[in-house]
Design a protein around this ligand. Sequence first.
Ligand SMILES: [Zn+2]
Length: 122
Amino acid sequence: MWGYKMEETTWATVLETNGIIVAEMLVQRLQAAEIPAQAVQESAGKAFGFMSGPLGTAYVRVPMQFLEEARALLDVEAPTDADDIVICPNCDSELELGDTEWEQGWFICPVCEAKTSLEDLF
Ligand SMILES: [Zn+2]
C-alpha cells in the first residue's frame, strides 16, 4: 500500500509517548503528511500482564528513511541518551561521549581541551 514491502522496512522510533492514544494521534498527523507511521505499545509490559494498557509507554515509529522528515514534522529533536552526557569537571560544559570515549576510559573536552578520566567523574 505504500509502494514497498513492509517486511523489508527498518523501523525507527521517532519518539516515545505516555500512552498509545497520544502515539496514535501523532501517527495520524504523520500519515496525513504521507509518512507511513505506526504506533507501537511497549511490549515489555505484556510480560507482566497488568502493565500493558492505554497508559503504558508507546512509540511512534516510521521507516528509517522517513525518520528525519517525521522528526521535523513533529518538531522532535534527535534524542540524546542521557547516560552519555557528562559534565566536564574543568569547565562545567555538558559533553556527549561516544563509544570510543567510554571504551578508552577518558576524553578530551572539546571546550577547554582538558583530558579527564571517566573514573574521576563517577
Ligand atoms: Zn572542559
